[in-house]
Design a protein around this ligand. Structure first.
Ligand SMILES: Cc1ncc(COP(=O)(O)O)c(C=O)c1O
Length: 475
């Protein structure tokens, strides 16, 4: 072997660089928590590209790489990170992820990930219990909520169509009913599955941005008259833009009355199953045939980690019932430990360990503390917005997603849209805070996801002051 290739795997080098990386990351955690660095140093995509192009030509030092990478990334551990739904991971979870990346067990079959596969089963049993499933509940971990929703929709289709889709393809016009506010991954999953626009039946929402459960019957009848066989209803727990939960009990009753599959997209707020205070928001989830919950949103793990849960364990074996004989022998259908048989992935990351490290280090209660605290921050921020004259709260938040806008007296709706968009742009580029924007109806709102437990009341005041200051300058 040439000496350079040998050096790639040199344990001493790993130890030295590894120690330096941990030092760097520990400083990073401290600096972000103490707000010593901005949440992000904005640079235009072309400048970013030029930088890395030059770096590629001029540098061969991994430490330089680490430093620049941190410096040029967005900092989720910064208390003023209040934007998209991705959590600042618990450091213990990031550490075990490094272990997972190094031992690199592929998880497709038991022998390619024995420990992480068994750990996955331990965690799945916990999640099933928290959802309220009986001992027949089961599931697995997959790579993100988008894949999770696709998996659940495939299971719904498998359940509704009695012919062998894997062999014969699909010969029916199927449809799924879903809130007009649902995350686009549901729409995308159904289009991937060939449902087309007519098979994606969007149900309007009420003024709280929750699905109008009373309209399910009407839309169901109309779809049936149009020759579409409705197979499922998706409930949002909560929807992405506003963070408002659908009436899951109502959807569950409707699904029961029509014998439809009931899926809950709890990618963002499914983690509320751990919160004594807020779990009522997801009441009805125990009736769901399938549920998706992201660990990387509300459960403190690095991306990606998604639980796909099924009320009926058989479904967790049959959804990808396709033959791959080189991986397993006949009659191994129900072996929980051969994961590729059950999930969309062949090789998958050792995702279970990301959640497990937090669980064993801090106990199950830590998920309650975190979700409860963050949802509480949502209420606190909303009450501060309401106290301000020129601010408008879009909705009393259900969760940690809060939408609002700056609307001084006397400016039109169109001007308000433009103003809030411009405010968000200034905030993005000056890097002190990170917030996003969304459209509610036709109108532009500022949107925050309070997903960092370090975010606090003082920061809310600072943000609102800053928005007012920018807004007044722009006017
Ligand atoms: C409600 C909902 N479902 C699904 C997703 C997609 O999840 P992921 O980003 O893990 O693919 C999101 C992402 O924001 C979401 O909010």
């Amino acid at each position: 072997m040439d000496s350079k290739l040998k050096s790639v795997y040199e344990a001493q080098d790993f130890k030295r660089v590894g120690h330096e990386l941990i030092e760097l990351l520990a400083d990073y955690l401290k600096d972000t928590a103490e707000e010593k660095i901005p949440v992000m140093k904005w640079s235009e995509p072309s400048e970013q590209f030029e930088f890395w192009k030059k770096f590629t030509e001029n540098s061969s030092d991994p430490l330089e790489l680490f430093k620049n990478l941190i410096d040029r990334s967005i900092h989720l551990h910064h208390p003023k990170y209040m934007g998209h739904q991705l959590c600042p991971p618990a450091p213990i979870s990031a550490l075990i992820s490094l272990l997972g990346e190094l031992v690199n067990n592929g998880m497709a079959i038991y022998e390619m990930g024995p420990a992480a596969t068994a750990i996955e089963k331990v965690i799945i049993e916990l999640i099933a219990r928290k959802i309220g499933y009986d001992e027949n509940g089961d599931g697995y971990i997959t790579s993100g909520g988008t894949i999770g929703n696709l998996t659940a929709m495939l299971a719904a289709r498998q359940n509704a169509v009695k012919s062998d889709i894997w062999e014969e393809g699909l010969n029916e016009n199927l449809g799924v009913m879903v809130s007009s506010e649902a995350h686009y991954s549901v729409d995308r999953a159904l289009r991937i599955m060939g449902f087309g626009s007519k098979g994606i039946i969007k149900i309007p929402v009420n003024e709280e941005y929750s699905i109008l459960t009373d309209l399910l019957e009407t839309y169901y009848q109309k779809a049936t008259e149009d020759g579409i066989k409705v197979i499922a209803v998706v409930g949002c727990a909560p929807s992405t833009s506003t963070g408002m939960y659908d009436d899951l009990q109502g959807i569950a009753s409707f699904c029961k009355s029509k014998n439809l599959w009931f899926h809950v997209d709890g990618a963002h707020g499914g983690g509320v199953i751990f919160s004594q205070k807020y779990k009522h928001l997801i009441s009805g989830v125990e009736h769901a045939d399938s549920v998706v919950i992201d660990g990387h949103k509300m459960l403190m793990t690095p991306a990606l980690l998604t639980f796909v849960m099924f009320k009926d364990k058989d479904v967790s074996y049959s959804t990808f019932n396709q033959k791959a004989q080189y991986l397993w022998e006949k009659n191994q259908d129900e072996e929980w430990f051969n994961m590729a048989r059950r999930t969309i992935e062949c090789t998958k990351l050792m995702m279970s360990i990301k959640f497990y490290a937090i669980l064993i280090s801090y106990g199950e209660e830590i998920f309650d503390s975190s979700v409860t605290h963050l949802y509480g921050l949502g209420e606190e921020f909303a009450s501060k917005i309401k106290l301000r004259n020129d601010f408008e709260l879009a909705l009393e938040p259900d969760s940690n997603i809060v939408c609002f806008r700056y609307k001084p007296n006397g400016i039109s709706e169109e001007e308000t849209d433009k103003l809030n968009s411009n405010i968000r742009n200034v905030i993005l580029k000056d890097g002190e805070f990170y917030i996003v924007q969304t459209l509610l109806g036709e109108r532009v709102y500022l949107r925050t996801t309070l997903i960092n437990p370090m975010t606090n009341s003082g920061i809310f005041d600072e943000l609102l002051d800053r928005i007012e200051e920018i807004g007044n300058k722009l006017i």
